[in-house]
Design a protein around this ligand. Structure first.
Ligand code: 4AD
Ligand code: MG
Length: 479
């Protein structure tokens, strides 16, 4: 007989059936009630034993974290809190866990700080919070592929090792095969990359966009979903050195089409989690309510986690231009009272304090800001007719800040070449990208969703380190 997943058992009405369950003990009370979890759901199944019928040596081994195999009959629960439970006929110990050692870990059933949980990232999967977060992370991954597949997009695997700097921000991790204690040098003392593995400097990708554009200009609509790497030394709750990004790219889409696609996509993802992860969401919602109530009133989110997801699913995003955003900010109370740390004037990049003001105070809803000054955005963005701004868009979410960045791409060869010059990009380095503008160039657009920022939004976790299994941040690449 095969064992049944606990999720299926709890949903089944096969009372009276013989069942086998395999999982890890969460708690063992009164020598009688074993709470077992197998990861298929946040809910445990209760296995009830008549301890008089069991070998004491076996009972002694049952405790938090022990792996067990339980044989018994599914019965209607005698107690409160669950509909069904297992009347146990046999228990096998599959893997022991020393209670003294368990006590020192995050598996000990009590409240632990998220910092402590991070130090034990290898064990935090065993907790309710992280079980819920990683089930939802999976659900979002699946929903993303489903959304694009249903729309006829093709998933494209773009390179992870690359010689280009797509964003031009110079925040790349270099990849080399050199013995770093003995690096070959040219006659003038520079590193001789011609002797390296790829014959030239190579880095980990910061974005798959440039390659995705090439795909879109033949396959019509494509998307990437891969790891991206940024060596930005910003130790914040929203930045990782290794994060996952989803980058759709669509031929013939202009900026408005791009915004419409983004909005539909983010609504779809919010709905998907609401519809498919109710149990995990309920747990995280309660958790979030507790966290919010511990904050000072002015920092509290007026909506619960579930309400925030429903809000995104059911309300239109506000769309404003960068120029309008600057005007709103300059007329705001914090600006007039000199409460902003960074100055606001046309031409500067918006800082997170400004974005938060717009999203959380002024509009209280997701905001799409478009048409940024060309100087503060990447070289590939399409020049607007005013000659000053580009067809860029950033989507800002309450509590998260920037969740999506995108744009219409510059499809005109002459303008693109001029942008390369302005941004000091050697045409020889991006010849293949420029080539795509030579053969049937068309307007096209795309965006990048920071996957972990979406997982943060969907789970209510406020530190990005808590939505990826093993976070990589400055000074930390453990596990
Ligand atoms: O705005 P970004 O830099 O845009 C691009 O990379 C474009 N190539 C996307 C495109 O148009 N195809 O990054 C996109 C998103 C950000 O909005 C943010 O959500 C996320 O990626 N992101 C990060 N997430 C975690 N840690 C970091 N260090 C991140 N940097 C960007
Ligand atoms: Mg951006």
């Amino acid at each position: 007989m095969k064992h049944t997943k606990i999720k299926a058992l709890l949903e089944s009405s096969e009372v009276g059936e013989k069942v086998i369950v395999k999982g890890w003990v969460r708690a063992f009370r009164s020598n009688r009630f074993i709470q077992i979890n197998d990861g298929s759901t946040i809910n445990n199944i209760q296995a009830v034993i008549e301890y008089e019928n069991f070998d004491e040596a076996i009972l002694k081994k049952i405790g938090t974290a022990t792996a067990v195999e339980v044989h018994g009959t599914l019965i209607e629960s005698q107690g409160k809190g669950q509909a069904v439970e297992i009347a146990v006929e046999d228990v096998k110990i599959l893997g022991e866990a020393n209670p003294d050692e368990v006590q020192k870990t995050v598996m000990q059933p009590k409240k632990h700080s998220l910092e402590f949980l991070r130090e034990q990232a290898h064990l935090r999967f065993r907790t309710n919070t992280f079980g819920a977060v990683f089930r939802i992370r999976h659900g979002l991954t699946f929903a993303i592929h489903k959304f694009f597949n249903d729309k006829g997009f093709y998933n494209l695997h773009t390179p992870i090792l690359t010689s280009s700097d797509a964003e031009g921000a110079g925040e790349m991790f270099h990849v080399t095969n050199f013995d770093l204690n003995n690096v070959p040098k040219t006659e003038d003392g520079k590193v001789d990359y011609s002797q390296d593995f790829f014959d030239k400097p190579v880095n980990l990708t910061v974005s798959g966009q440039l390659e995705a554009e090439l795909g879109a200009l033949a396959l019509g609509q494509v998307y990437t979903f891969g790891p991206t790497f940024r060596a930005e030394n910003s130790n914040t709750s929203r930045h990782l050195a290794e994060f996952w990004m989803i980058e759709p790219e669509v031929a013939f889409n202009d900026l408005k089409d791009n915004m419409d696609l983004t909005e539909e996509f983010l609504k779809y993802l919010s709905n998907y989690v609401l519809e498919n992860y109710a149990d995990d969401l309920k747990f995280l919602n309660d958790r979030d309510v507790k966290e919010q109530s511990a904050k000072p009133a002015k920092d509290r989110n007026p909506l619960t986690l579930i309400e925030r997801l429903e809000f995104v699913a059911n309300n239109e995003f506000k769309r404003i231009t960068y120029t309008e955003a600057i005007e709103i900010l300059r007329n705001s109370k914090p600006f007039k009272k000199k409460k902003f740390k960074y100055d606001v004037e046309w031409g500067v990049d918006l800082h997170s304090e400004h974005e938060r003001y717009l999203v959380e105070k002024e509009f209280n809803c997701p905001v799409i800001i478009t048409d940024y000054p060309a100087d503060i955005k990447a070289f590939y963005m399409r020049q607007n007719d005013d000659g000053k701004t580009v067809a860029a868009m950033d989507v800002l979410f309450p509590g998260i800040g920037e969740i999506v960045g995108g744009s219409q791409r510059e499809e005109r060869m002459d303008v693109l070449k001029k942008k390369c010059a302005d941004f000091n990009i050697d045409e020889k380095e991006v010849w293949w990208y420029l080539d795509s503008r030579k053969f049937g160039s068309v307007p096209h657009s795309g965006f990048g969703l920071g996957f972990e920022r979406m997982v943060m939004f969907a789970t209510g976790m406020t530190n990005i380190r808590d939505v990826i299994p093993f976070p990589r941040t400055p000074g930390n690449a453990d596990f």
